[in-house]
Ligand binder design. Structure first.
Ligand code: SF4
Length: 471
C-alpha cells in the first residue's frame, strides 16, 4: 500500500511549471513598496513563498537591486556570521552510461580519459588533500553499473580510513546518481554527510531534450531521488540546478518548489543548495554555447534571491567561478566554498598536462587552499572545516540555530576557530598563519566572556598538539 502510494506520488512532478510562468509574468515591474515588504519578511528569517521569490527575481530597478543585495548580505551575516565552510571535491570515477549533452563525461564523448580510481589511488588522492589541510570532501561518481551502493560505500570507507600525520578527512558528502531506498541505506551505513543530486534543469521538456539516453533520462526518478534518500534515513540532502540550460528565473523557482516539497513531505528542507553555471568541457560543443547563458550580473541576483528565499539553507559556490566573482558573490549569501580543487581524476597526487582530458568541465578558480584561506581571512571571514554537528549526530534539523537559539555563538563559531587553529598549526604558510592568528584574536573578543575562556583553553590545547577539539 505504502509503496503503491509512493510510486503514484512519484509518477507526478511536484514542479508546477504553469504556476511558475504565471507568477514570473504576474510579478513583472514589481512595486517598490511590495519589494521592501518582502525584504523585511526575509530579514525576519522567514522562508519566502513562490510569489515573493518571483517578485524579487523580477527586480530590475538599480536602487531596489542595491537594497536587495544589501539585505542578502545582512541576512547571511545574521544567520551564518562570518564563517565560510571549506571543502574539496574528489572524483572517484567517470565511467557513465548517460549522455547529458553539456557534460564532458557523457557516454558518447570518446575523447575523455575514462578512469576509476583503485583503492591505492584513492589513498594517494586523500593523502594529497589532507596535506593541503582539508577535512571535508565531496566524493563524485558518474552513473554506471559498476558504481553500486556497495562500491560507493567501500570508497568512502577508504577515504575515512586514510590518515596522514595529524590529518584526516572527517566528513564525506556524496554527489552520485539517484539510488533505491535500499541503496541509500548501504551508503548511509558508512557514515556520510550530505547526499547531493542536482536536477540540472527543472523544466521537463528541456530536461528530456538534454538527457536523451540512460537512466538519467527519467525526469521523475531523479526528481524524487532525494525523497528516497530521506526515506532511507539520510536527512542531510543537497539540491541544485545547472544554470545555463534553461531560464535562470525558472530554475530558482524550481529550487524553491523543491525546498517546499521536502519541507511538506519530511518536515525539513535541503541542507544545501548549489547553483553551478555551465562551463566549457572537453569535446562538448553545447558547453561552449549553452541555450540560456547566465551573465555575471544575473548570477549575482541568483545568489541573492536564493539567500533571501531560504534563509537557513546552506549555499555552495564552487571553483567553477573565477576568483574575482567568487570574492564578490560570497558576501551575498554563500556559506560553503571549495578550494585547492582538482577535478581531473587522480590529479591531486599526480598532476599532468592531461588534467582537462580527465575533467568533467573547467574550473576557473585554481587558487590553492592556502591562498583562498588568506584571501578569506583578509576579508574578515572565518574559514571553517567544522564537522562537529554531523559527528555528534546533530543532523536533519538543517539549522541548529532554529532548534537552539544561540547555537552559532556557543558551537559553530568556537568549532570554526578550533578547525582554523588546527590549519594554522599544521598546514598554513607563514603569511596565512599571521593573518589567521589576528582573525582568531578579533573573533575571541566578540565572544561572551564565559565562552571566550573555554575557547581560549581549546585553542591552547590545539597549540600543544591535541587535535579534533570541538564542542
Ligand atoms: S552529468 Fe553526470 S550523469 Fe550526465 S553524463 Fe555527466 S557524469 Fe554522466
Amino acid at each position: 500500500m505504502y509503496v503503491f502510494v509512493r510510486e503514484r506520488l512519484e509518477s507526478e512532478s511536484f514542479i508546477p511549471e504553469g504556476r511558475i510562468f504565471e507568477l514570473l509574468e504576474k510579478t513583472k515591474n514589481p512595486d517598490p513598496k511590495r519589494v521592501r515588504e518582502i525584504l523585511r519578511k526575509s530579514l525576519e528569517k522567514n522562508r519566502l513563498d513562490p510569489e515573493e521569490t518571483a517578485t524579487l527575481l523580477n527586480v530590475e530597478d538599480e536602487e531596489l537591486l542595491a537594497e536587495m543585495f544589501e539585505a542578502a548580505r545582512k541576512l547571511k551575516e545574521e544567520v551564518y556570521g562570518n564563517r565560510i565552510v571549506l571543502f574539496a571535491p574528489l572524483y572517484i570515477g567517470n565511467a557513465c552510461v548517460n549522455d547529458c549533452v553539456y557534460c564532458g563525461f557523457r557516454s558518447s564523448n570518446t575523447l575523455v580519459q575514462r578512469i576509476t580510481l583503485t583503492e591505492e589511488q584513492i589513498r594517494r588522492e586523500v593523502e594529497a588533500l589532507i596535506s593541503q589541510g582539508h577535512k571535508r570532501l565531496i566524493v563524485v561518481y558518474g552513473e554506471h553499473p559498476m558504481y553500486t551502493p556497495q562500491f560507493i560505500a567501500k570508497t568512502i570507507e577508504i577515504v575515512y580510513d586514510t590518515k596522514l600525520g595529524k590529518g584526516e578527512i572527517r566528513r564525506v558528502n556524496v554527489n552520485a546518481a539517484p539510488q533505491t531506498v535500499e541503496g541509500y541505506k548501504v551508503i548511509k551505513s558508512v557514515g556520510i554527510g550530505t547526499f547531493q543530486i542536482f536536477q540540472e534543469t527543472y523544466h521537463k521538456k528541456t530536461y528530456l531534450r538534454l538527457h536523451p539516453k540512460g537512466p538519467k533520462s527519467n525526469y521523475n526518478w531523479r526528481l524524487y531521488g532525494l525523497d528516497r534518500a530521506m526515506i532511507a534515513g539520510i536527512d542531510d540532502v543537497g539540491i541544485g540546478a545547472l544554470f545555463g540550460l534553461y531560464d535562470w528565473k525558472f530554475e530558482v523557482m524550481g529550487l524553491l518548489y523543491h525546498t517546499i516539497h521536502l519541507e511538506e513531505r519530511f518536515g525539513v528542507g535541503p541542507h544545501t543548495i548549489s547553483f553551478p553555471r555551465v562551463k566549457p568541457a572537453l569535446n562538448t560543443p553545447y558547453s561552449l554555447k549553452p541555450d540560456h547563458p547566465v551573465s555575471d550580473e544575473d548570477f549575482k541576483k541568483v545568489v541573492a534571491v536564493i539567500r533571501l528565499s531560504v534563509p537557513y539553507t546552506g549555499m555552495i559556490l564552487t571553483a567553477r567561478e573565477p576568483a574575482r566573482l567568487r570574492d564578490e558573490v560570497i558576501k551575498l549569501g554563500v556559506s560553503q566554498i571549495d578550494a585547492g580543487s582538482h577535478i581531473g581524476i587522480g590529479s591531486y597526487s599526480s598532476r599532468d598536462e592531461d588534467e582537462f582530458k580527465k575533467s568533467q568541465f573547467t574550473l576557473e578558480d585554481p587558487r590553492p587552499l592556502d591562498l583562498v584561506m588568506r584571501s578569506l581571512l583578509k576579508e574578515g571571514f572565518v574559514p571553517s572545516f567544522c564537522t562537529a554537528c554531523y559527528r555528534a549526530g546533530r543532523t536533519g534539523e538543517h539549522f541548529m540555530e532554529v532548534a537552539i537559539p544561540g547555537f552559532v555563538k556557543n558551537f559553530c563559531t568556537p568549532n570554526a576557530l578550533f578547525t582554523l587553529q588546527e590549519y594554522l598549526c599544521d598546514y598554513a604558510s607563514e603569511e596565512t598563519r599571521k593573518v589567521g592568528e589576528e582573525v582568531i584574536g578579533k573573533e575571541l573578543q566578540k565572544l561572551p566572556p564565559r565562552i571566550r575562556e573555554k575557547v581560549k583553553e581549546g585553542l591552547e590545547r590545539i597549540k600543544r598538539g591535541e587535535r579534533d577539539v570541538r564542542f
